[in-house]
Each structure stands twice: as C-alpha cells, then as structure tokens.
Design a protein around this ligand. Structure first.
Ligand code: FES
Ligand code: FES
Length: 155
C-alpha cells in the first residue's frame, strides 16, 4: 500500500506491506536507526517517536496507520551541528549510560514540552510521565533532573 509520511519535516512516499511496523519502516527502509527496538511489545518505550506531536510506540504502530501523519524521530529532533537543549541536559545531568533508552526519553520530553503543561508539575507527576520509558542503566534521578532542566527551567 502506498503511504505518505511527513517524516522529520519532509514528505516521504513509500510502498509498504500492510503489516509493516513503523519502527521497521524507519530503521530498515529509511536508515533512521535512532529509533531503538527493545521489547517489540509496547512496554519498554525505547521505540518512542513523535506522531503528530504526541509520543507514540513505533513498535505498535503500523506504517499504513500513519499515512498523512507527521512522524519525528531523534534524527529530526537533533540540530545538524549541535546537541539539542534536551540532549545537552542529558549529558550535563548524567542521564545517559548505554543510551539505548535515550531516544525514547527525548521523544517523551519533547512531547511534554510541546504540550506545555509540564511546567508546573511536581516531581511525582513528572516521574510518572517518564516511567513510560524503561532505563536499565542509570536509575531515574539524572533523567528526571534533565527533564526538569528542559521542561521547568529556572528563570
Ligand atoms: S520496542 Fe516498542 S515499546 Fe519496547
Ligand atoms: S542508559 Fe542504558 S538503558 Fe537507559
């Protein structure tokens, strides 16, 4: 089936099987390998991308379901010649170890930033949102600090 994705700002038309997952289209057809696949069951969140500004599991979405949608991966969220503010915050706050989960967290944080309602959340609420992605390396303190730096910057 022919589908068109607005992928990281550019329209891309592809012929895909109706059973093809979005994560496979991104990684295997389009070489956008920042979208990581862990559990393939919608649990770990490593594959989280932005779908029309909302964090979504790319392992659970069929590409044909995304026809006409805006899909953003970490490649699209990263400036060409620098780290994004969220990436800088992850480095600064020690929120990255192996990095497998990091693209998922960055997509979640960018989705929250665009919603705009995380600015006044308490830490428990922010932790609940971030718990949609699993990290096996760092513990969450650094990730929460990095998220706060992006979503709740002090004046
Ligand atoms: S690979 Fe998609 S949620 Fe784990
Ligand atoms: S940094 Fe390794 S899984 Fe999160």
């Amino acid at each position: 089936m022919r589908v068109t994705l607005v992928l990281n700002g550019d329209a891309r038309t592809l012929d895909v099987d109706t059973t093809e997952r979005l994560c496979d289209t991104l990684r295997e057809r389009l070489d956008l390998t920042a979208t990581h696949v862990g559990c393939s069951e919608g649990v770990c969140g490593a594959c989280t991308i932005l779908l029309d500004d909302t964090p979504a599991r790319a392992c659970l979405a069929l590409t044909v379901q995304c026809d006409g949608a805006r899909v953003e991966t970490l490649e699209g969220l990263t400036p060409a010649d620098a780290l994004s503010p969220a990436q800088q915050a992850f480095v600064q706050h020690g929120a990255v170890q192996c990095g497998f989960c990091t693209p998922g967290f960055l997509a979640v944080i960018e989705g929250l930033r665009r919603q705009g309602d995380a600015a006044s959340w308490d830490e428990a609420t922010l932790r609940r949102e971030l718990s949609t992605v699993a990290c096996r390396c760092t513990g969450y303190d650094g990730i929460v600090r990095a998220a706060r730096a992006v979503l709740q910057p002090t004046p």
